[in-house]
Design a protein around this ligand. Sequence first.
Ligand code: NAD
Ligand code: WQD
Length: 350
Amino acid sequence: MQTILVTGGTGYIGSHTVVALLESGYKVVILDNLCNSSAKVVDRILKIAHPNAQLTFIEGDIRDTNKLDQLFKDHLFEGVIHFAGLKAVGQSVTHPITYYDNNVYGSLCLIQAMNTAKVKTIVFSSSATVYGEDAPVPYEESMPRGNTTNPYGTSKAMIEKILADQCIADNQWSVAQLRYFNPIGAHKSGLIGEDPKGIPNNLLPYITQVAIGKRKELSVFGVDYPTPDGTGIRDYIHVVDLAKGHLKALKKIQPTHNNPQEHRQGSGEHIWNLGTGQGYSVLEVICAFEKACGVIIPYATEPRRKGDLAAFWANANKARAELNWQAPLTLEHMVTDAWHWQQSNPQGYN
Ligand code: NAD
Ligand code: WQD
């Protein structure tokens, strides 16, 4: 049984990925400082996977280098999936030092501890945001890391570059840079899902909070984009499909101990877009939610949100060809599962 370290594993995407890992027979150790998640997630994960699943939760910060070194001494990790990070784009503009410290310095601490322990396999949570503001759509992995528009995006591009350079320096490193598009939805059990603190920044959690009566109406940011209905277009992906992509990527890059030739194929830097390849506008998402969930979402149109792009989506061919991974769950599944989670947990994990 292989053991995987999952940083940020009690968070939104991390928790769904831990379920997928446990269900596939991995042992998992979560390291999370709970700055944006709840320890209650651990019991929920076990309820879904199996009460006897091999899961250990350690509360701690990836910048705590002593704790990290001890962790790598206590466990024989076959690889790391690295979710831990701060992700609020607007907050990163007002608090850049916090973001570079947590995301970039934190990742460096992790990479250093891995190197010392000779654990050289990592799946990293990157983002479509690294393509920057000038990239043509659909985004392809061969495009350069672009002009990022905020410290959050820059922190992701910097971490990717650090990992890429480490692969050049040491050919035993295997790195998967997974560039997520817009993850939404929740596990179909309704036991785990997205639980934003305060006012949600993102579209789907805002919609579900309007639907449940926590917020009066949705603001639609921008109805004058050069898109068919004037609202922004994104590539929404079900979080469960996204989670499964991590397992495929991990398996692809893991060294096989008895076949050095295969190891060489898996090592080095790999970049994969994790998206569906299909974009939907804000109005289409509202409409899909209303239709699938039978709740009307009152909304007001507002000016464009600063920093937003008109439209982007993934070219998802590379992940399909190389990982044999696709995202089959539809927008209807995404909104239905998000609504089920919200209804089952009106106050999130509280
Ligand atoms: P999340 O906030 O729910 O999860 C992140 C987890 O990391 C949280 O549980 C938080 O407590 C933990 N964490 C943060 N800093 C830490 C630190 N220094 N030490 C230990 N734990 C720490 O976010 P998410 O949506 O699950 O995102 C996971 C990762 O995916 C993040 O790195 C994020 O930037 C990236 N990502 C997210 C999206 C998205 O839209 N959700 C899109 C692209 C990339
Ligand atoms: C989607 C669409 C908004 C809220 C962000 C990060 C990105 C990535 C995913 C981490 C846009 C519109 C939204 C609302 C609205 N995260 N909208 N009213 O901005 O595409 O991506 O999360 O890597 O880096 O920037 O996602 O869900 O905020 O917005 O009209 O209340 O919905 O303008 O067109 P975004 P989002």
